[in-house]
Design a protein. Structure first.
Length: 180
């Protein structure tokens, strides 16, 4: 398990799946805002890639996020779009509603940076998020990510086009204990 200050990132367990489905992926608003594709329900027992991990897909590394104290499941995180030639990848995360606003998101980003830069030897990490997602923007910027641009009207979200912000962090800029 990868450990941060408050949360740990470990492999997906079978028991995590019904909780993540009910609390994250059944939520139409959360799903529509967090994913770049239309919301659709996940059938119990299906092998939907949002929940069931396919270890043969090397470009995507999904984690379940747990509280270090008590080991309670609090969300998902992943390093996706891993490009071993240009040594870059994207970061994604989603916390269960009750786990938001406690600093866990900031800690998850820090742990994903450690995984990307130290464990995988990547050079660049990238985040795309809706421009009104203050929690995600703050969690990213506290770890040193800088805003590199705005993707105007790039996301269709529940009836309207919204802007996304593109943030990047390079290995040489990363300060492991920043999180300021
Ligand atoms: C976005 C998300 C990952 C942020 O994680 P989090 O644990 O809630 O964020 P943190 O507690 O680390 O907050 C970091 C800062 O952001 C701010 N913040 C957090 N949520 C906020 C919100 N909804 N509105 C305004 N500010 C917010 C806080 O000011 C906090 O700073 P503080 O410590 O001074 O209070 C989490 O809320 C989440 O999973 N949301 C739903 C899914 C999602 O949006 N995923 C990202 C898709 S790109």
């Amino acid at each position: 398990m990868l450990r941060g200050k408050k949360v740990g990132l470990r492999a997906r367990h079978e028991d995590d799946i019904p909780i993540l489905r009910a609390e994250l992926y059944d939520d139409v608003v959360n799903g529509s805002r967090a994913e770049g594709r239309p919301w659709r329900p996940i059938t119990p027992g299906s092998n939907d890639s949002r929940l069931v991990v396919d270890d043969t897909v090397e470009s995507n590394v999904p984690f379940s996020v747990v509280e270090l104290e008590g080991d309670t499941l609090v969300g998902t995180a992943n390093l996706w779009g891993i490009d071993n030639h240009s040594r870059s990848a994207h970061i994604g995360l989603g916390l269960l509603p009750a786990a938001r606003g406690k600093g866990y998101g900031t800690d998850v980003v820090a742990v994903l940076c450690h995984y990307g830069f130290v464990v995988r030897g990547l050079h660049r990490l990238q985040i795309e998020t809706l421009s009104d997602n203050v929690g995600m923007l703050t969690a990213a910027e506290r770890n040193g990510f800088v805003r590199e641009g705005v993707l105007r009207s790039s996301a269709w979200v529940l009836g309207e086009f919204l802007d996304e912000v593109l943030l990047g962090l390079l290995a040489e800029e990363w300060k492991p204990d920043a999180r300021g």
